[in-house]
Ligand binder design. Structure first.
Ligand code: FE2
Ligand code: FE2
Length: 272
């Protein structure tokens, strides 16, 4: 039986070096065969060092996607390019946004993409929120609200295209697929204070393009199962969006990251 440990929003830049090591020791105590990291690991200048740190200290394969914070102080294209170089250099480090389906066992597969808050749920143009993303990430800063929405839509579409291709491919080989993503792809999974986000928050915190793709592909595959693992909202949740699609949202507290779920490959999960 293989076991995977899932974490998200670990924000290692908020921890002193000793607390980072303590975090690694706690993760290792779960004796997982593989580790899934769902983004918001550090910031543009530090995410590469943290990924290298995780891969070398954990000693098992690390499959990851990036979150919006991982681009802070830099550019999406440049961070992705640097991470691509790093994964070619460091054994056991895999960026799922740039990989095809991974076999976790003979009938369980893994896919993933960062996703992005794509502005499509709620009412983006009336929302008064200005995320730090729109100041600290080069490609989406300094734009009019309409241009920003178009850019966010495009980032969501890019994620959805990747998910469509890899999920379709994975379902040909695997009975059960895990999708690791940073941004919740469904409004039901985009929780705040125990309830789905309202029209001001939802445009920034959910990726509708990925959610619609998942619904379409999984509706056509009723004999297959998908488990979605997401984060970004920092509030724990679990919901079923289709009879064959279950979504877990990680509830990591800033400064106190931990394992959000342990999954035995044949199905059962439990929190830390
Ligand atoms: Fe986060
Ligand atoms: Fe995030």
């Amino acid at each position: 039986m293989r076991r995977i440990a899932w974490m998200t929003d670990i924000h290692l830049n908020f921890l002193e070096a000793e607390r980072q090591m303590e975090f690694v020791r706690r993760v290792r105590s779960h004796r997982a065969d593989s580790i899934l990291v769902g983004g918001d690991i550090g910031e543009a200048a530090s995410v590469g060092d943290y990924l290298r740190f995780l891969a070398t200290r954990l000693g098992v394969p690390v499959y990851f996607v990036l979150g919006n914070h991982d681009y802070y102080g830099g550019s999406i294209a440049e961070v992705r390019r640097a991470v691509r170089r790093l994964t070619a250099e460091v054994d056991g480090l895999h960026y799922l946004s740039e990989c095809g389906p991974v076999a976790l066992s003979s009938d369980v597969g893994l896919i993933g993409h960062d996703g992005w808050g794509d502005g499509r749920f709620g009412d983006f143009l009336r929302s008064p929120l200005v995320l730090n993303d729109y100041v600290h990430i080069r490609e989406i800063s300094g734009l009019s609200r309409a241009d920003l929405l178009a850019r966010l839509n495009a980032l969501g579409d890019e994620a959805a295209d990747h998910v469509r291709g890899t999920l379709t491919d994975a379902l040909r080989s695997f009975r059960h697929v895990y999708l690791l993503t940073h941004v919740p792809p469904f409004r039901e999974a985009c929780v705040h204070a125990g309830r789905p986000s309202d029209d001001d928050w939802a445009p920034h915190f959910a990726c509708r393009a990925v959610g619609e793709t998942v619904r379409e592909v999984m509706t056509a595959a009723p004999d297959r199962r998908l488990t979605v693992l997401c984060g970004h909202v920092h509030e724990r949740g679990r919901c079923e969006v289709l009879p064959n699609v279950e979504v877990h949202t990680g509830g990591t507290e800033y400064g106190d990251p931990g394992v959000q779920g342990i999954f035995d490959i044949r199905g059962r999960s439990r929190g830390e």
